[in-house]
Design a protein around this ligand. Structure first.
Ligand code: PLP
Length: 409
């Protein structure tokens, strides 16, 4: 008899965006004239940089000629891309990785979701709350947790609350943990961890023989000096940290798909026989077995962000979103609302006024201002009482939304 992976049944339905869609549709049906502005999306809206388009067009032409046609490429990514990534994002910080310590993929959701496969089933997972849901859900699917409890937490997981009270910087866990997911800059809070905070985590991981799974999907949005651009800027991190990066929010690749993961060979875990095994070896085995490489055309497009024109175009797009973020932050402040984030990330995390629940605030914003955002409770129990707005909209809609918010008062 074929059985199922019962762990999947522990997961609640993907309630958040379905419920948002349901409420917006119901409101629109009753108010067909309503001019609804969406500031809830986590997807980009600006087109791909011209440099990427040109590089991809050229790659398409190469694919049409027998002499330059490419079939299967290296599963780990073409050298032209891995070398460009290392030269742009790591070497300027004095960080030297081999091209065999970097794995190009079809985006970082797959990587942060799949990485847990190379860890033992009995590893204890620590996760920030609120959190990008992929880390937790994939560990639930793998059977690394117990059941969902009344308080919204899964049994067997160490949650690290991130709220205004601790400045969105999680405390070290009271118990031993083995896998620590950190997302910096953070989705959904839009906040970051300072060098000192990250130091604390690297030291903890070294002391506890744990591994930090560091999601830096929004690294390109960092503006403040004190925020490390990569976890490997922290001494000792190359022995305890795996870093995930994405071209999605950096360069508009959400629909084009490209990301990468750095697994330094010094990051090791214990095998059943007591020996130390590099996670790099296991991930290489997994990647070459289950993945057949990111499209050549896409990798050419991705590499183009490191050219002079590409860099300038990416800077311009990120500047556009971050100007939206500034407008939203200032609009919220003018309306007397307390907001966090939006300085090193395209997310603004606001405290709901008058102790409204995050869903009640969602309804208020939808009904009174015709603005759609994302209730914080959808990202974890500690997101209750908060609300996420994103800076990924177009300027005109962002400005119109801000005008409405200012009048809310
Ligand atoms: N990590 C975080 C924190 C994200 O917010 C997202 C996308 O929203 C991803 C990873 C996934 O990015 P990708 O498009 O590369 O799969």
């Amino acid at each position: 008899m074929a059985t199922i992976n019962d762990n999947y049944l522990k997961l609640p339905g993907s309630y958040l965006f379905a419920e948002i869609g349901r409420r917006v549709a119901a409101y629109q049906q009753e108010h067909p004239e309503a001019d609804i502005i969406r500031l809830g999306i986590g997807d980009v809206t600006r087109p791909l940089p011209k440099a990427c388009i040109e590089a991809m067009q050229q790659a398409v032409a190469e694919m049409g000629q027998a002499e330059t046609f490419r079939g299967y490429g290296p599963e780990q990514g073409y050298d032209f891309l891995t070398r460009a990534i290392l030269a742009a994002n790591y070497e300027p910080y004095g960080l030297k990785f081999g091209t065999d310590e970097i794995f190009v993929s079809d985006g970082s959701k797959s990587d942060c979701g799949n990485i847990q496969e190379i860890f033992g089933r009995d590893c204890r997972v620590a996760i920030t709350d609120p959190v990008y849901p992929v880390y937790l859900d994939t560990n639930v699917m793998a059977g690394r947790t117990g059941a969902l409890q009344q308080d919204g937490h899964f049994a067997g997981v160490t949650y690290l609350p991130c709220t205004a009270e601790n400045n969105f910087a999680p405390e070290l866990p009271a118990e031993h943990v083995d896998m620590i997911y950190l997302c910096c800059p953070n989705n959904p809070t839009g906040t970051t961890l300072s060098r000192e905070e990250l130091h604390k985590w690297v030291d903890y991981a070294r002391q506890e023989d744990a591994v930090i799974l560091f999601d830096a999907a929004y690294a390109a949005y960092i503006t403040e000096e004190d925020v490390p651009r990569t976890i490997y800027e922290i001494p000792g991190a190359a022995e305890v940290a795996i870093e995930f990066r994405s071209f999605s929010k950096t360069a508009g690749f959400t629909g084009t798909r490209c990301g990468y993961t750095i697994i330094p060979k010094g990051v090791t875990g214990r095998a059943a026989d007591g020996s130390r095994v590099p996670y790099n070896r296991l991930w290489n085995r997994r990647h070459t077995t289950k993945f057949n490489g990111t499209a050549y055309i896409v990798q050419r497009g991705a590499a183009a962000i490191y050219t002079e024109e590409g860099r300038a175009q990416v800077r311009e797009t990120i500047g556009y979103y971050m100007e939206n973020a500034r407008l939203i932050r200032e609009g919220l402040a003018a309306a007397g609302l307390t907001a966090y984030g939006g300085v090193n990330a395209p997310y603004i995390w606001l405290k709901t006024p008058d102790k409204l629940s995050s869903w009640d605030f969602f309804d208020k914003l939808l009904q009174q201002l015709n603005i759609v955002g994302t209730p914080g409770a959808g990202f974890g129990p500690c997101g209750e009482g908060y609300f996420r707005l994103t800076a990924f909209g177009d300027r005109e809609n962002t400005l119109r939304a801000v005008e409405r918010i200012k009048k809310m008062g």
